[in-house]
Design a protein around this ligand. Structure first.
Ligand code: ADP
Ligand code: MG
Length: 461
């Protein structure tokens, strides 16, 4: 009996949480439900607290009906109330409570304050001037990440720390991160912003150790007012860097300095990473970028065309957006190619010209990356039948290609694990998740990596 919900002071809340776990995607659950705390579960009242107004608004707008439906399914009349939690920081994992206990009291650091502390710590970050909030097109696929990124610049004390922006290749992670830096530099020029890629971070640490200058490296990272680290997944397997990141994170977190990281996968999908580092990623908000919908893709093209002075008709934009679906970088590349062709041949950029230019890439490589396309490519690469990949057969000759297919589906389409499981003959979502993790971990094996890269080349080049 121990550990059962019978001893819980909030039995309906426990039940609701369980129901939400089954109903919501793991991403949505991790982002929103783990932030909720039950304030009251008595009589006809179930009061749920959220840690800040951003979450409260978001959950009220997007998930209230889900919560109400699940509560209604209990059978008894229950009034569900969503509200701001009094005195926030108890939420989240147990570890957070424990580890923050000494640090919570004097945390009122102003963002501006650190600016004068040591001037040599940071010079202005190198920001791509094209990556601004103004040039970022918002649609349902990226609305959450965009709103969360805005909240970093709109509030002095971070609403979320860390903000983890997760998304596949070319979906705008770096763009949003630079937009944050850009906007902060404009609004608060005294702020010390440390914008680095993880590769730079790794180099900084390696050089720091080699040259006996770790103090300086630490200073640069810990004395900044805002830390922005792009592509954090690369610290996988790098023990010393994880150690440094862990202490840097704690220092900034305790000083209430915003920390934003991007990753091409969810924290639990990053292999070879210390649990304590991984858990830090779940303290704040994980906001994902999905593959943009058709209209958003077309709008991105139109916006880019305007910026670059390219005359782009709606029908051409729509055609390109329909043809290239997997990521925005490819979409932009396509526009550049069509435009170059049109100016070099001095022909107007019409639909038929666009069709002509994209004929090859659209029919072969640029075609929409769906799970089916990937499964077919994997089948051709390993010379196994699609029907075998979708079967229940577990022999290594089939199981390994199947795992690779699941891995590639996760990396290159917006499909969820249940959808990937479905695309491979109705497998369970945990099978797809395990396959993704397993292949991700085995990428350091040159054999496995070369299979993955060869198939990717066929799919993406
Ligand atoms: P990632 O870091 O996720 O791999 P990037 O941020 O480098 O992707 O984005 C790839 C390209 O797509 C960039 O040129 C970026 O400006 C563009 N892009 C991505 N999403 C959007 C968007 N929503 N609106 C405008 N441009 C976008
Ligand atoms: Mg990037």
């Amino acid at each position: 009996m121990q550990g059962s919900t019978e001893s819980s002071p909030f039995p309906r809340w426990d039940r609701l949480r369980e129901a939400l776990k089954n109903r919501l995607s793991p991403q949505a659950y991790a982002t929103w439900v783990t932030q909720m705390a039950c304030l009251e579960d008595a009589g006809q009242t179930l009061r749920i607290g959220l840690p800040d107004s951003f979450s409260l608004n978001w959950v009220s707008d997007h998930y209230r009906h889900v919560l109400e439906e699940e509560v209604a399914a209990f059978g008894d009349p229950v009034e569900l109330q969503l509200e701001l939690r009094p005195g926030a920081p108890e939420a989240g994992p147990e570890s957070r409570k424990v580890e923050l206990s000494q640090a919570t009291a004097p945390r009122r650091a102003s963002l501006e304050r650190g600016a004068s502390s040591r001037d040599d710590a940071r010079s202005a970050p190198r920001v791509n001037p094209r990556y601004t909030f103004q040039s970022f097109v918002v649609g349902p696929s990226n609305e959450l990440a965009w709103a969360a990124a805005r909240s970093v610049v709109d509030s002095e004390i971070p609403t979320y720390s860390p903000l983890v922006i997760v998304g596949g290749v070319g979906l705008g992670k770096t763009h949003l991160m630079h937009a944050i830096a850009h906007e902060l530099m404009k609004r608060r020029p005294n702020l010390k912003i440390h914008l680095r890629t993880s590769e730079q971070f790794i180099t900084d640490v390696v050089q720091g150790i080699r040259m006996n200058k770790m103090d300086e490296v630490r200073w640069a990272y810990r004395a900044c007012d805002v830390l922005l680290l792009d592509d954090i997944q690369f610290i996988s397997g790098k023990e010393t860097c994880q150690e440094e990141f862990f202490h840097t994170f704690n220092a900034l977190y305790d000083a209430q300095k915003p920390i934003v990281v991007t990753s091409d996968r969810l924290p639990h999908e990053i292999s070879d990473i210390q649990e304590r580092v991984r858990s830090r990623f779940t303290w704040g908000l994980i906001a994902d970028l999905k593959v943009p919908e058709l209209e958003t893709r077309a709008a991105i093209l139109k916006r880019k065309a305007t910026t670059d002075g390219i005359a782009l008709d709606d029908d051409v934009a729509m055609f390109l957006a329909q043809s290239i679906r997997s990521n925005v970088r490819e979409l932009e590349g396509c526009l550049v190619r069509v435009h170059a062709y049109s100016s070099l041949t001095r022909r107007e950029l019409t639909l038929s010209l666009a069709r002509e230019v994209l004929k090859d890439i659209v029919s072969d490589k640029g075609r929409a990356l769906t799970c089916d396309v990937i499964v077919r490519a994997v089948s051709a690469h390993f010379d196994v039948k699609v029907s075998d990949l979708k079967s229940a057969r577990r022999s290594r000759l089939i199981a390994f290609p199947r795992q690779i297919a699941m891995y590639l589906c996760r990396r290159h389409t917006g499909a969820s694990y249940p959808e990937i499981g479905q695309a491979l003959g109705g497998k369970d979502h945990t099978t797809a998740l395990n396959a993704f993790n397993k292949i991700g971990q085995r990428l350091s094996d040159p054999d496995v990596r070369s299979h993955v890269e060869e198939i990717e080349r066929v799919l993406l080049d």
